[in-house]
Write a new protein. Sequence first.
Length: 201
Amino acid sequence: MHISEGVLSPAVLGAGAVLAAAGIVIGLRKLDYDRLMTVAILAAAFFVGSLIHVPIGPSSVHLILNGLLGMLLGWAAFPSIFVALMLQAILFQYGGITVLGVNTFNMAFPAVVCYYAFRPMLLKSARQRIVGAFCCGALSVAGAGLLTALSLSFSAEGFLRTAQILFLAHIPVMIVEGVITALAVSFIAKVRPEILQFSKE
């Protein structure tokens, strides 16, 4: 779901950079530095998951895991996703430096929204925790797909069809991400439940 360089208009690039910078600043201020290891591990998972591409029709999709990061990190998802995307841009030319702000905001903002929407379910029964984690994983991908589609459509009307195809291609990914997030959160609740206590913030 990376947007490549040379595609977006200067206005969209500027807006994305400002919004991403604001999210990163908030994320760093809210970050408990005792949890840096957790943030680093999840950033690495995001980095690796995005490297495996599966072709679907005229597009290709990959795991995003932004919902898992949002569920476990809250606002810290912004700096975590930013670092992972920057390394992907530098090492593998995925996306690019000029679109780093837009790509970061598109991935991280839905994750933070879902964090606030579903975090109360983390500390309740196992069933509610699984439902909340699934919704967070699936809807974070949906939000990222929608923001990416909007970024393309706001840049030029010619990208509208491409934006629609991109969003539709990620519908299966939403379901897979929801399942993966639910399984991961369920596992963490059993072996490291203290990680989920961050949701009391």
